[in-house]
Design a protein around this ligand. Structure first.
Ligand SMILES: [Zn+2]
Ligand SMILES: [Zn+2]
Length: 141
């Protein structure tokens, strides 16, 4: 499920998403915006609407020498929506984050044990730390 959710995150962060996926990208971005605003009812309502629009059709599949395993749907959109909904159900809506680095705001999945992740990457975390340090220096402290 997490791998499907990670695909959803990559789509949200893809400014050049294929035209067929742009609507879904913007809808998933709204889910992340609601989650980072702490509005869990809105997260659930948005995801429920998407689950209705992109229904899953699970299939057992065996390919590339793998054992039989479940594919949620042939369609990436339905799989991504289901993956995000499963993360919310199993781990909580607060696992869907938006990077706090002001120029970034990329989406991420917070899989840290204490739900403390604030940045999409180590690069953004250190950029934010440098900015905070400079702001303190400008403040004369
Ligand atoms: Zn497979
Ligand atoms: Zn970032």
């Amino acid at each position: 499920m997490t791998s499907y959710a990670e695909w959803a995150v990559r789509l949200v962060n893809d400014p050049a998403a294929p035209p067929a996926l742009r609507r879904l990208r913007d809808e998933l971005a709204e889910v992340f915006a609601a989650a980072s605003a702490g509005d869990e009812d809105a997260v659930a309502a948005l995801l429920n609407a998407l689950l209705a629009r992109y229904p899953v059709h699970p299939r057992l599949s065996a390919h590339d020498g793998q054992r039989w395993h479940l594919h949620l749907a042939e369609d990436e959109a339905a799989s991504a929506v289901m993956g995000l909904a499963a993360v919310v159900a199993e781990l909580g809506a607060d696992r869907l984050g938006r990077c706090q680095e002001p120029r970034c705001s990329r989406a991420f999945l917070d899989t840290s044990s204490n739900r403390s992740r604030r940045y999409c990457s180590a690069r953004c975390a250190s950029r934010a730390n440098v900015a905070a340090y400079r702001a303190r220096r400008r403040g004369g402290q």
